[in-house]
Design a binder for this molecule. Structure first.
Ligand code: GLN
Length: 456
């Protein structure tokens, strides 16, 4: 199985650009080890997996899509990477991504353009676009992504995959290069709901090395996926979020996306779910709130990249003092979107503006959480399209950051509230995949899988 996927990578990745680094020799050695152990075929033993390059992997180059980390080989592995190894999976390599996970198209990578396997002239989504292209292109059966504002769900949606953002705190962030720590969450990307569930159970659960890790058992998502596949949702209450593509909130949504979504909702009804429309008035404020909170946290998290401890160092030839070396390293090591976020975040956190920007955004975040709580008094899950549009042509939004940010319209509320959300394919629009998003209350990830399996 590993060899077959390595062959696919060798044949196809020149065109797709999904991988930044392929660990071919180590993968074959590992596969042989699993074969010899006799465990292959039990659980995930012997199954190849690709990891977004945001996860640190001992001895294996890790860049987070940034020039500033070029050549860095971490001395330890992320908890999720270790757990996957313990489960017997085989690491195929590290996948391309927007630099420090900032973006929705993978075009902000410092290294490569990744193409959507459905149409090579279109983006694979982002920021986990290398992972989505790898799985959708059959270069890997499974991949891990991370989702801060939609970076698992949106790339899954536009490449026809299942992608789940777990409840915040339910999957370890140890060894995940931080973008926005209060939002970052790792999760599975796969071609079926059951595959995603198997991967989820392998990585989930408490980790004492992550201070925000929840001490609760891993939700039984595999069982939920199997149950949902039976297609019976009788008794389940589903809320269609009015503010995400409903009446009066359709600006920016493609008609094909709205049509496929409506058909997906009809499927839920046919499976016995009670569907009603629900209003979450603060969801419309998620975008501006997120684009203050995430850059603020990023401006702090990215302070550690100064050329002293990791990756490249620029100007270290004796002609510059240490401050100049740090400035030159950051000037040349970070790309334009990362610099934009650092400037935005530093501004939002500065004395005199803190309350007006960061403080307000935090209040909006609370309002969004309250909208979720109120909605979950009446329904078990909320649904919406995952992305307002299908995959757009490469280059179409690179000069327009606000158009790029608008891709996150539907995914941001669940991010800000920390609740779980899954994207599941619900048909094609003009030959391109559309995703349906299912959001559930915190720690009820199993509901996402159950409903997604019924749609699949
Ligand atoms: N597109 C969003 C951003 O650029 C979300 C990215 C993510 O989830 N990592 O911040």
């Amino acid at each position: 199985v590993t060899r077959a996927h390595l062959d696919r990578i060798a044949a196809e990745d020149g065109a797709l650009g999904a991988f930044l680094h392929v660990t071919a020799d180590a993968a074959l050695a590992r596969a042989a080890e699993v074969d010899a152990s006799g465990t292959a075929g039990t659980g995930l033993a012997g199954i190849p997996v690709a990891l977004k390059d945001v996860f640190v992997t001992e001895g294996v180059p890790t860049t987070s899509g940034s020039r500033i980390l070029e050549g860095w080989r971490p001395p330890y592995s992320a908890t999720v990477a270790s757990r996957l190894a313990d489960a017997g999976t085989v690491l195929l390599g590290k996948t391309n991504m927007d630099e420090f996970a900032m973006g929705s198209s993978t075009e902000n990578s410092a290294y490569a353009v990744t193409r959507n396997p459905w149409d090579h002239d279109r983006i694979p989504g982002g920021s986990s676009g290398g992972s989505s292209a790898a799985v959708a292109g059959r270069l890997a059966p499974l991949a891990l992504g991370t989702d801060t504002g939609g970076s698992i769900r949106q790339p899954a949606a536009v490449t026809g995959l299942v992608g789940h953002k777990p409840t915040y705190g339910s999957v370890s962030r140890y060894g995940l290069i931080a973008f926005s720590s209060s939002l970052d969450q790792a999760g599975p990307m796969a071609r079926t709901v059951l595959d995603a569930a198997l991967l989820h159970e392998a990585i989930g659960g408490h980790d004492p090395r992550d201070s925000t890790s929840i001490d609760a058992p891993v939700p039984t998502v595999v069982e939920a996926a199997r149950r949902g596949a039976g297609g019976d949702l009788s008794g389940l209450r589903v809320g269609v979020v009015r503010e995400l593509g409903g009446e009066g909130a359709r600006e920016g949504y493609e008609q094909g996306v709205l049509d496929r979504f409506a058909e997906g909702v009809a499927l839920l009804e046919a499976a016995g779910a009670q569907v009603r429309e629900v209003s979450c008035p603060s969801f419309g404020l998620a975008l501006p709130a997120y684009y203050l909170i995430a850059p603020s946290e990023a401006s702090s998290n990215l302070a550690r990249f100064e050329g002293m401890r990791f990756g490249i160092r620029v100007g270290d030839d004796g002609s510059h003092d240490v401050d100049e070396v740090m400035a030159l390293t950051r000037e040349q090591g970070f790309g334009p979107e990362v610099k934009r976020r650092i400037i935005l975040g530093t501004y939002a956190l500065s004395a005199g503006y803190y309350e007006a920007y960061y403080g307000q955004a935090q209040k909006v975040r609370t309002l969004i959480s309250r909208d979720f709580s109120a909605a979950y008094d009446d329904v078990d899950v909320l649904v919406s399209p995952t992305s307002p549009t299908v995959a757009w042509p490469i280059g179409a939004r690179v000069e327009d950051p606000l158009a790029m940010y608008a891709a996150d319209l539907c995914t941001l509320p669940a991010s800000l509230a920390g609740v779980p959300a899954i994207s599941v394919p619900c048909g094609l629009s003009d030959g391109l995949p559309v995703g349906l998003q299912v959001m559930a209350p915190a720690l009820a990830d199993d509901r996402c899988y159950r409903v997604a399996a019924a749609v699949e």
